[in-house]
Design a protein around this ligand. Structure first.
Ligand code: 1HE
Length: 267
């Protein structure tokens, strides 16, 4: 059995999956540990999001209880040597890459603690809905460690190098409102309403043409990281492949036949 499947079998309860039409609702389910992530939970999360059931076109990543995720399960860090720590961090990189560059877009629901590794997992998702109870922190500094789940790569792109540095140096906790202002969340809703909002957004995302969603999650971040000429080339290739898709042709014809939806300011 693969490493991932073994973890899912052993730890099926710490990540739950509930498929509703084209949307899968995946929840981190270790509320007694404030959804702190141990190795089995991380591998189960990687499997659930990286290989969603057939027919799933968008994922909502949420949690059980009052907190999204209290970060790395610190009981796993004690007594590790350098080689094991490198392997552990690389495992987090693999899992968060599976979220960011997986098969389908992921909408996360952030509430309560979104700290350390929790903030790193959130930053790998594509759309983030925060409830007013959410708060963000990178307490690695206080614990004498450093981010290891891709935080140095993703968070500066979301909130800026200077802000991440300040958060880690001072241990500052950021509120849900400030989190929305600085780009940690795209939406801010009342506590308890995050999943409903995320499911609504995920259903809309699932209705997009598959190629458009692919171009967005796999193409856009690569274009931003590339030099301009490479970026233009990737954009031209992605847009022509997307445009050639039967689904795109039907949608454009529907608009020209006055059957397709118009843009409306209500959303
Ligand atoms: C944990 C963890 C954890 C809770 N690892 N067990 N993350 C942190 O430094 C955050 C640490 N956690 C906290 O600061 C607090 O738990 C919370 C503010 C999130 C929530 O407080 P509270 O009062 O609701 O809960 P609690 O009583 O502190 O915790 C309940 C239980 O969860 C308790 O265990 P119990 O056996 O005594 O019941 C806690 O020990 C346990 N728990 N958080 C292990 N994180 C890829 S590298 C990423 C590096 C990091 O993520 S570093 C940041 C780690």
């Amino acid at each position: 059995m693969s490493e991932i499947l073994k973890a899912v079998a052993q730890d099926g309860q710490s990540v739950t999956i509930d498929v509703r039409d084209a949307v899968a609702l995946v929840r981190i389910a270790r509320p007694h540990k404030r959804n702190a992530i141990n190795e089995a939970t991380l591998l189960a999360l990687e499997a659930a999001i990286g290989s969603p059931p057939d027919g799933v076109k968008a994922i909502v990543l949420s949690s059980v209880g009052d907190h999204f995720c209290a970060g790395l399960d610190l009981s796993e860090l004690v007594e590790t040597d350098i080689a094991a720590a490198i392997h552990h961090s690389r495992m987090w990189h693999r899992a968060t890459e599976a979220i960011e560059f997986g098969r389908v877009p992921v909408v996360s629901v952030l509430r309560g603690a979104v700290v350390g590794g929790g903030m790193e997992i959130a930053s790998a998702t594509h759309v983030r809905v925060a409830e007013r109870s959410a708060y963000y922190a990178l307490p690695e500094g206080q614990r004498g460690i450093y981010v290891g789940g891709g935080g140095s790569v993703r968070l500066p792109r979301l909130i800026g190098v200077s802000r991440m540095m300040e958060m880690m140096l001072t241990g500052r906790v950021i509120s849900a409102e400030e989190g929305e202002r600085i780009g940690m969340s795209h939406y801010l809703v009342e506590t308890g309403q995050g999943e409903a909002k995320a499911l609504e957004l995920a259903s809309a995302i699932a209705r997009n043409a598959t190629m458009t969603n692919f171009a967005l999650i796999h193409g856009l971040p690569r274009i931003v990281d590339a030099d301009r000429p490479t970026g233009y080339l990737i954009e031209a290739l992605l847009s022509s492949v997307a445009q050639d898709d039967q689904e795109a042709k039907q949608r454009m014809q529907a608009f020209l036949d006055k059957r397709g939806p118009k843009i409306s300011r209500g959303g």
